[in-house]
Design a protein around this ligand. Structure first.
Ligand code: KIV
Length: 275
């Protein structure tokens, strides 16, 4: 297959270029987390632009209190499952804690594994000025990078909990400086998490690259949610989350109906048995 044929078959795909275009045209971008093939397929065909294989898998898939125990191998494994489910969405693999903090060489090595073994189209890492050199190094290896500033869950111990960032003048200045550093380092987009809506608006106006908000107000260039929050699969959701369904209750109802029918020998009936 020639390069031209291969690239034309990918024309409908979301790319870092089409996302930049969306910002210029003021067209909002959608992003959701996904961790497996089945949900990736559903979200892709529903038109979600970006699928993030978030290290939030530590919370919603593995049941941990924080994302800190998640390993690079685990994110690569889930990225591989998600990539198999997409035709259009751009898949971002989240660099877990410990996979880039040692320095730029460590970061680029991890990012290359995300692309080569996981099939990620881009990677995301948390932090601003402190990780700018790592972002530059990864971008120089031709891997698109999404930044993540504000409330960065991998910094939970330093922050003393999952706390809103960017409040007060010094907080505002710090988050803004981080966002500018991420853009300057060559990131194609940046997640703004857990900051006042006014700061989300200010950063979105100042940056040329798209901002994707989560608890950062309506004026970001796009929005991201953790799929379990959106679908109502968690017992508890933070106040910035709007559950659009209650799949947890539906699943529970279906399982109870199955158990009742098995207990009463109603399942399988003739229609669901081989003659
Ligand atoms: O890991 C994750 O799901 C994330 C989103 C909350 C942006 O980083």
């Amino acid at each position: 297959m020639s390069t031209v044929t291969a690239s034309s078959s990918r024309e409908h795909r979301i790319t870092v270029r089409s996302l930049a275009d969306r910002k210029r045209k003021g067209q909002p971008i959608t992003m959701l987390t996904a961790y497996d093939f089945t949900f990736a397929r559903i979200f892709d065909s529903a038109g979600v632009d970006l699928l993030l294989v978030g290290d939030s898998l530590g919370n919603v898939v593995q049941g941990c209190d924080t994302t800190l125990p998640v390993t690079l191998d685990e994110v690569i494994y889930h990225t591989r499952l998600v990539v198999r489910g997409v035709h259009r969405s751009l898949v971002v693999g989240d660099m877990p804690f410990g996979s880039y903090q040692v320095g730029p060489e460590d970061a680029v090595r991890s990012a290359i594994r995300m692309v080569k073994e996981g099939g990620a189209h881009a990677v995301k890492l948390e932090g601003g000025t402190q990780v700018a050199a790592s972002i530059e190094r990864i971008v120089s290896a031709q891997i698109p990078v999404m930044g993540h500033v504000g409330l960065t869950p991998q910094s939970v111990n330093r922050m003393g909990g999952f706390r809103v960032q960017g409040r007060g003048e010094s907080g505002r200045a710090r988050v803004l400086e981080d966002a500018l550093a991420v853009e300057q380092a060559g990131a194609f987009a940046v997640v703004l998490e857990g900051i006042p809506a006014a700061l989300g608006r200010e950063i979105s106006r100042r940056l040329r690259i798209p901002t994707i908000g989560i608890g950062a107000g309506v004026d970001c260039d796009g929005q991201v949610l953790v799929m379990h929050d959106l679908l109502g699969l968690n017992d508890w959701t933070p106040s910035f989350v709007k559950p659009y369904a209650n799949l947890g209750a539906l699943a529970s109802q279906a399982v109870r109906a199955f158990s009742d029918e098995v207990t009463n020998r109603k399942f399988p009936d003739e229609a669901h048995s081989y003659s």
